[in-house]
Design a protein around this ligand. Structure first.
Ligand code: NI
Length: 180
């Protein structure tokens, strides 16, 4: 399975709404191959999530996995998602994006989301996610709607290059985890 090129900010695919995948298409070679490529490309890039528009494909598919996080977040394949935010205050954490390399910024997100989606075998998915997983889901869901984390920042003053973030901000932050 090939590792695909990740498109960067400025590529129109990152600013367009992705199309839903038709139910009968999910088991087909095109979507199954796309899913495999997303997984391989995410892993090659060292990210915890990757959405189809990030490899220039305008379809509602993303994958995520954070095997090194606490608690571990296993690999998930998400097709045609709907996200319903839980109540409560928004939480700020650092995020980055494979399509916006080398930058980090503080992004407010809902602590909990309910997800309704389709899985890679066409099965209906419904689950609640919280914390880091909820953050990844919101970040990747945004990619399907042409939204990137910079759009969600309330204050661009926290925007930092990774090297400077590591040097000046990383150790002071509550969490060194970042979404891609
Ligand atoms: Ni991203």
């Amino acid at each position: 399975m090939p590792v695909r090129e990740i498109v960067r900010l400025g590529h129109p695919a990152l600013r367009e709404a992705a199309r839903p995948v038709a139910a009968e298409e999910i088991s087909g070679e095109a979507i199954q191959g796309l899913i495999d490529d997303l997984i391989d490309t995410m892993r090659a890039g060292g990210g915890v999530g990757l959405a189809a528009p990030q490899i220039g494909v305008g379809q509602q598919v993303f994958v995520y996995a954070a095997p090194e996080s606490e608690p571990e977040i296993p690999l998930r394949v998400i097709v045609n998602p709907l996200l319903e935010p839980g109540g409560g205050e928004l939480v700020y954490e650092w995020e980055g994006c494979l399509s916006i390399p080398d930058l980090r910024g503080l992004v407010p997100r809902h602590q909990e989301v309910r997800v309704r989606a389709t899985g890679r075998d066409g099965e209906a998915l419904e689950f609640d996610a919280r914390g880091f997983e909820a953050r990844i889901l919101q970040h990747e869901f945004d990619h399907l709607n042409g939204v990137v984390f910079l759009d969600r920042m309330r204050d661009l003053k926290s925007l930092a290059f990774e090297a400077e973030w590591e040097r000046f901000l990383g150790t002071a932050s509550r969490s060194a985890r970042a979404v891609e």
